[in-house]
Design a binder for this molecule. Structure first.
Ligand code: SF4
Ligand code: SF4
Length: 372
């Protein structure tokens, strides 16, 4: 049995003397720096490495996504190692929303405070202008047998996931596994992990309005039928069909978790397991993910920051810490074995973790090493 190391710094700044209040070393950014240094988490970076710093910029209305100063600190530390960092995310499913395209995604990032100036590194959307730039890889997953790794992730020498650890309405929680499994794949894989079958037009409902033909990025729709060989599964046609002629069969919570862990395996296999590092920020632990256009009150207090080279161990340790923490009043959480399950009862945190263990992505057993 492997016991993985998970480094941890507490977010508390326990100053109790009025004449000792000025202590910059108690800043969470200073603590992050010490965590990165003492854990040696960046020691795998060599001069000239192209380093993808994967994070989430939130969407219009999100107010508790990861603060840019943390990303900036990591980018500066990567540069100190001689690496060339870029901050990255992928587009969202669909062809009609702000999140669907690189240009509008960057505009949203700027609105939320993420720019090349604040981050000290350029922003590069990893799956291209429309989210269709993926590298097809085979994967012996639990449910999926192939995935489309976002092109600029596949090309990166190293990947550092900076994940805002929080709840998620469909998978229980969002941490490192979701950051890699959903956030590092192109739109076609996002379709495959959310929806069971490729889109098809129901001739009994189609009014031949032409909206789907117009939006399809690859001319896959001819004579009111979809050519499955051409379709890249962007979901655009279903989004614009007002007549319900392209119904989608969305997967269950458990299937979603298993499918994105399959995708995480594909991404990790593609870039190389030794090239990944993970940092989970247990700050502002909201019940919903950062794709929601609001940020509800956190369900537990701020806990701190975790770092590891084991994607499963860091998420398991994060879930355990949240479950051991007291719930906050005026929040959605209830006491129970799984706080995320108490918020969204159709989810369970163990689904992602068990899938990752089955695919041998890491260890459920871990040792926490505290960094002051
Ligand atoms: S958008 Fe819907 S109703 Fe219009 S042509 Fe396409 S399938 Fe038919
Ligand atoms: S047919 Fe396929 S590629 Fe075309 S809009 Fe629909 S999902 Fe996208």
């Amino acid at each position: 049995m492997t016991i993985s190391q998970v480094y941890f710094t507490d977010s508390r700044a326990p100053v109790d003397q009025p004449d000792r209040w000025y202590q910059p070393k108690l800043s969470a950014v200073s603590k992050l720096e010490r965590l990165m240094l003492k854990s040696g988490i960046l020691d795998n970076i060599s001069k000239g490495d192209q380093v993808a710093i994967k994070t989430h910029f939130g969407i219009h209305g999100t107010t508790k996504s990861l603060r840019p100063v943390f990303i900036r600190k990591v980018a500066q530390m990567v540069k100190d190692k001689g690496g060339m960092p870029f901050v990255t995310e992928t587009t969202g499913l669909g062809m009609t929303r702000e999140r669907s395209f690189a240009v509008s995604k960057i505009a949203t990032a700027e609105e939320n405070g993420y720019t090349s100036q604040t981050l000290s590194a350029p922003i590069i959307i990893a799956d291209g202008l429309k989210g269709l730039d993926g590298v097809e890889v085979s994967v012996n997953g639990i449910q999926l047998k192939r995935a489309y790794v976002a092109k600029h992730i596949a090309e990166a020498d190293k990947v550092i996931s900076l994940a805002h650890f929080k709840g998620h309405m469909n998978s229980g929680f969002g941490g490192a596994l979701k950051s890699i499994g959903v956030g590092c794949v192109a739109k076609t894989s996002k379709y495959d992990l959310h929806i069971r079958e490729p889109p098809a037009i129901d001739p009994g409902r189609c009014t031949k309005c032409g909206a789907c033909v117009e939006i399809c990025p690859v001319d896959a729709i001819k004579d009111w039928g979809i050519d499955p060989k051409k379709c890249v599964r962007c979901q655009g046609c279903a989004e614009v069909c007002k007549d319900g002629a392209i119904p989608l069969n969305w997967v269950s919570s458990r299937d979603l978790s298993e499918r994105f862990v399959d995708c995480a395996k594909a991404v990790i296999d593609c870039v190389g397991k030794e090239n990944f590092r993970y940092v989970n920020f247990l700050l502002d632990i909201t019940p919903h993910c950062d794709c929601c256009p609001y940020s509800d009150n956190p369900i537990v207090p701020d806990l701190g920051i975790l770092a590891s080279d084991d994607i499963l161990a860091i998420d398991k340790a994060s879930v355990d810490m949240v479950n051991q923490a007291p719930i906050l009043p005026n929040s959605m959480a209830q006491n129970g074995e799984d706080k995320f399950h108490s918020v969204f009862e159709w989810t369970h945190s163990r689904h992602q973790l068990e899938a990752a263990e089955k695919l041998e992505l890491g260890s459920m057993e871990y040792k926490v090493i505290k960094v002051e």
